[in-house]
Design a protein around this ligand. Structure first.
Ligand SMILES: Nc1nc2c(ncn2[C@@H]2O[C@H](COP(=O)(O)OP(=O)(O)O)[C@@H](O)[C@H]2O)c(=O)[nH]1
Ligand SMILES: [Mg+2]
Length: 688
């Protein structure tokens, strides 16, 4: 039987790596009666970290879905990876949840991924609460954590569950709403020594809860207090409208604070009720009420391949109900999608579902044609939901199979992974003749390559990709060339006089026919242009494409019998090359816009590294949380390794974004090295 929309809670558990998300989820599942006992992540047996690569690496790499029933609510728990390399999985989880449990370690407080996540959540106006975990650990300090949060982020952090003791003295928690203490898992009296602290904390909680709803403010002013139910209502309202960020505490490892956390989620986390934004097939913006009484529709937020089950599509029901016999059409191609089974899941374990209400999260299997970002809808009520907003890949490598015969197999395997993981890309770069793979970081890419190596038994080589340089000219020149060949019967004859001029950067190419008096017949002029275009494919310096040149054909000569389009093409090609050699040719390199985010303690190191990379810093601003944003323009050739360089410079805490901006001339040793490398590559190619 389906759980009604108002009783659903979709919560993403997110935070810096190793704050205890997966361990905490394990305890939530124990408390909810889903599993008899929690496993430690080190054993590789947790419900959330179930894929081979997660077991091998002992970290979360994918977002997993589990659920518990608590106080009549079905809580869908999305356990996300903490590493920035898998941020795509976090983005997908945030898309289908209505609130986020942000975990911080009680011993370490705010960390870099906490800050990056916070920025992402703020940009999305995502309701959130903080779980201060590892309360039993040495140096754990709840108040310091809350102060650290308040110092770094502009928000009203309000403790709802506070600890009794900390570190070795951590005994349990106090739920401030009901003023109940839990020691060793049992309800107990609030320790006398804490009564004053509890009273003060509850006062702040009540005041903040009152702000969550207008009627509660009035009630609070009239009576000076609120009932526990009113506090719960106010907290829910305040969290949804981003006025309050509630804070709870736990020790996942020793299973403390678990029930209070579940209680909190049940009363305070928003349900999926509301409206969802979408578009009509004509592209007009529209909305759909998240309700069972609307026509059915769902959004595929993730696809995965399972060795046994095959393709798995994770979806969120946006409207209506989805059942195994549902009649659904894909908005992408208008084709009917045959649904035979619908599942809910606990990690890798699938559970048959009879139907799922609007707002719930489920799985289709054997759904070969479905892709991430697909919308399915009931026939005749079309709607398209917007695709996931994912960051662009920042780390690239050129790849090849060691044995030529494996090349196809390798490409097919990579294509499959690309379908599952939209932050991974494979492109064939025609200019540099390289297959280039891109991802979110070294770990992301190495994990994908390991998977291909293991599953397909392919040996692969990677190297830093070649930069796509260009060539252009800096001056005017002219040249003429006569193509002449006498071979038995018909000969070949064409004479072409060309002029070349530089044109503004970015205009690429211009061809002008400036012949007076018909020295070359009209019919042969296209041959001349073809020759120019062909010559521009490989410049005279290092064989890179030529750009930003105007070629003017000014004169020529033809033969009544021996001329042909081909002869003119060959003559024009050579004439262009000769012109280019005389027109001060120069190499152009791609320059990127780079944005770097670093903790201010690393600012100096990052800036001096950028200057050694020929970077031009355009600006630098603090963006809160002790993080500096640096904007710079840097030659792409210097950034091929930046994911790794920045990691080393910032103890793994920095992050960056990158996009191509323009081409810029290079000279001297830098240009000489590029030319030498191109000659070496050419010699290598000849050997093959
Ligand atoms: N001391 C202590 N360790 C914890 C706690 N929760 C998790 N850990 C440990 O922290 C490490 C990372 O836990 P994990 O659940 O994988 O963190 P995640 O990366 O956030 O999912 C593991 O060794 C856990 O046993 C806790 O409450 N206290
Ligand atoms: Mg984890």
């Amino acid at each position: 039987m389906s759980v009604p929309t108002r009783s659903l809670r979709n919560v993403a558990f997110a935070g810096h790596g190793s704050t205890g998300k997966t361990t905490l989820v394990e305890e939530l599942l124990v408390a909810g009666g889903v599993i008899p006992k929690a496993e430690r992540v080190e054993t590789g047996k947790t419900v959330s970290d179930f894929t081979e690569e997660e077991i091998a690496r002992k970290i979360s790499i994918h977002t997993s879905v589990t659920h518990v029933t608590w106080k009549d609510c079905k809580i869908n728990i999305l356990d996300t990876p903490g590493s920035a390399d898998f941020v795509g999985e976090v983005c997908a989880a945030l898309r289908v949840t209505e609130s986020v449990a942000l975990l911080v370690g009680a011993d370490v407080g705010v960390q870099i991924e906490t800050i990056k996540l916070w920025r992402r959540l703020t940009a999305m106006s995502m309701p959130r609460f903080v779980v201060v975990n590892k309360m039993e650990k040495e140096r754990a300090d709840f108040s310091r954590c809350v102060a650290d949060l308040a110092d770094k982020f502009k928000a009203n952090f309000v403790p709802v569950v506070i600890p009794i003791g900390a570190g070795a003295d951590f005994k349990g928690v106090i739920d401030l709403v009901d003023q109940k203490a839990f020691i060793d898992g049992k309800e107990a009296a609030v320790p006398d020594a804490m009564k004053k602290e509890v009273e003060n904390a509850r006062q702040k909680l009540v005041e903040s809860a009152a702000e969550g709803e207008d009627t509660l403010i009035e009630k609070f002013f009239a009576d000076g207090t609120l009932t526990p139910d009113e506090v719960r209502r106010g907290l829910a309202g305040g969290m949804k409208s981003d006025k309050v960020v509630p804070v709870v505490c736990t020790a996942a490892l020793t299973a403390v604070g678990i029930k209070s956390l579940l209680d909190f989620i049940a009363y305070a986390a928003p349900s999926p009720e509301g409206t969802a934004k979408g578009k009509t097939p004509e592209g007009v913006e529209t909305t759909r009420t998240v309700s069972d009484s609307e026509p059915a529709s769902c959004f595929i937020y993730k696809t995965a391949m399972d060795q046994f089950t095959g393709k798995i599509s994770y979806f969120k029901v946006v409207s209506g109900k989805i059942s195994p016999d549902a009649d659904l059409v894909s908005a992408r191609d208008g084709k009917k999608e045959k649904i035979t089974k619908v599942y809910a899941c606990q990690g890798k374990k699938l559970e048959d579902a009879t139907d799922l209400s609007a707002g719930d999260i489920g799985i289709f299997t054997k759904s070969g044609s479905l892709r991430t970002n697909d919308t399915l809808h009931a026939p005749d009520t079309p709607i398209v939901y917007p695709p996931l907003e994912l960051p662009t890949p920042v780390h690239s490598l050129a790849i090849s199979a060691k044995a030529k015969k494996d090349e196809d197999k390798m490409n097919q395997a990579m294509q499959k992974i690309m379908e599952e993981d939209l932050t991974f890309r494979v492109t064939y770069e025609k200019e540099t003749k390289e297959t280039v793979i891109s991802g979110m970081g070294e770990l992301h890419i190495s994990m994908i390559l390991d998977k291909i190596r293991e599953n397909q038994k392919i040996d692969m080589e990677t190297k830093i990709p070649r930069v796509a340089y260009r060539e252009t000219i800096q001056g005017k020149a002219d040249a003429e060339y006569t193509h002449k060949k006498q071979t038995g019967g018909h000969g070949q004859y064409a004479k072409v006089s060309l002029e070349v001029n530089p044109i503004p950067r970015g205009e690429r190419y211009k061809f002008t026919n400036a012949i007076f008096g018909g020295a070359i017949s009209r019919g042969y002029v296209p041959g001349v242009e073809k020759g120019v275009i062909e010559a521009m494919e490989a410049g005279v310096l290092a064989g890179y494409p030529v750009v930003d040149v105007e070629a003017r054909v000014v004169d020529g000569k033809e033969h009544p019998v021996d001329s042909s389009e081909l002869a003119f093409k060959l003559a024009a090609r050579e004439a262009f090359r000769e012109c280019m050699r005389n027109a001060k040719p120069v190499l152009l390199e791609p320059v990127c816009n780079l944005t770097v985010y670093v903790d201010d303690q690393y600012l100096g190191a990052v800036l001096s590294d950028l200057s050694s990379k020929r970077g031009k810093v355009l600006g630098q601003v603090p963006i809160g949380g002790g993080i500096e944003e640096i904007k710079a323009q840097v030659p792409q050739a210097e950034l091929m390794h930046y994911a790794i360089d920045l990691k080393a410079l910032t103890a793994g805490t920095g992050s960056f974004e990158l996009e191509f901006d323009h081409y810029s001339p290079i000279s001297g040793k830098i240009a000489d090295d590029v030319i030498k490398a191109a000659q070496a590559a050419k010699a290598e190619e000849k050997k093959d």
